[in-house]
Design a protein around this ligand. Structure first.
Ligand code: FMN
Length: 235
């Protein structure tokens, strides 16, 4: 491919315009579009071409049924005083939050709740908003990603590249996404519902569809540190 200023701008725009969208329109995504996104995304590199990804594509009744079952478990967790975040098969987040991560985590949380008018201490609304993860924020497509548990850390690195490809390829088609670690804690419900084999481990979920332009939560724009804060040039 010949690189032109237009192609540079198009790639940058697809990357820059990716944001985590948390409210979707019900408009269905054609199956061919989903297959095209997955096919191009599978061009992601992986150590010795391992291709560690496995994707469960959920639409219609299957998606609704999984959402319903997880929401029952989510409510039961809340009633038992647990968030469910402690029952994943792997740790996505650190067990101890320190600076600067804790500040960043708090900021995104309060910015999101601020847009939704959820006040500090409003546990019922926080629980309900967290529960929106499990209906894939009403997106028409829910993706559940699994990995073979014999694969090691390097394959998880490869997996991240595949996930980012999906999100960027979606943008190239005008679609939006939200990657979701929220599903990790419900791997048992997912395993049963999707008949995962014993070797499959849930990596995360992802919502895919068209963003609802009127939803306040979709006005959330997150910050990034400047290059000078995270890159050191050794000359
Ligand atoms: C692997 C992964 C898991 C995530 N899990 C969730 C989630 O469960 N629910 C959610 O609302 N956002 C989730 N996010 C979105 C992050 O909060 C978001 O990427 C971050 O705040 C930066 O915002 P941006 O994606 O809009 O740029 C996740 C992101 C990643 C990469």
């Amino acid at each position: 491919m010949k690189i032109t200023t237009q192609s540079t701008a198009a790639v940058d725009e697809a990357i820059r315009s990716r944001r985590s969208v948390r409210a979707f329109l019900p408009t269905p995504v054609p199956r061919q579009t989903i297959e095209d996104i997955l096919a191009v995304s599978s061009r992601a590199p992986s150590g010795v071409n391992t291709q560690p990804w496995k994707v469960h594509v959920l639409t219609g009744r299957t998606k609704e049924e999984l959402s319903r079952k997880i929401l029952v478990a989510h409510d039961a967790n809340a009633a038992a005083g647990s968030t469910g975040a402690d029952v994943g098969e792997y740790d996505y987040y650190p067990t101890e939050w320190v600076s600067p991560y804790i500040e960043r985590r708090r900021k995104i949380g309060w910015d999101l709740y601020g847009l939704l008018g959820i006040g500090k201490g409003d546990k019922a609304r926080m629980h309900a908003q967290h529960g929106r993860n499990y209906t894939f924020f009403d997106a028409p497509v829910g993706l559940i990603f699994t990995i073979d548990r014999i694969l090691r850390q390097g394959s998880w690195l490869d997996y991240g590249m595949f996930l980012e490809n999906i999100m960027v390829a979606a943008r190239g088609r005008g679609l939006d996404t939200c990657p979701q670690a929220a599903f990790i804690g419900f791997h048992e419900v997912i395993r049963q519902q999707l008949a995962l084999n014993a070797g499959e481990m849930v990596v995360c979920g992802m919502s895919l569809g068209w963003a609802d332009p009127d939803a306040p939560e979709n006005r959330l724009v997150t910050e990034r540190e400047p290059v000078s804060a995270f890159a050191r040039f050794h000359e």
